[in-house]
Write a protein that binds this ligand. Structure first.
Ligand SMILES: [Zn+2]
Length: 77
């Protein structure tokens, strides 16, 4: 998946509120094909348990968490 496509998909996940923090550095992401867990380690590195991440070390779920984290810096309406 091209990076911009991945980003678009990630944005859609965030906008449809399918990214949910379930603990410190742990996020539940409801993807199109299942629910995945994105975990942030002590260095701030994110990882996901989906097949795409295992193969390519990046996926829309991790990207969605990055978008959500960035959004937190802004004031929410
Ligand atoms: Zn993933």
């Amino acid at each position: 998946m091209p990076v911009d496509k991945l980003y678009e998909k990630a944005k859609r996940l965030v906008e449809s509120r399918r990214v949910e923090p379930i603990g410190a550095g742990i996020y539940n992401v409801i993807g199109d094909h299942g629910t995945y867990t994105v975990v942030e380690d002590h260095t701030g590195k994110l990882s996901c348990n989906c097949e795409g991440f295992l193969k390519k070390a990046r996926c829309s779920h991790v990207a969605a968490v990055i978008i959500l984290t960035k959004m937190k810096g802004k004031k929410l309406e």
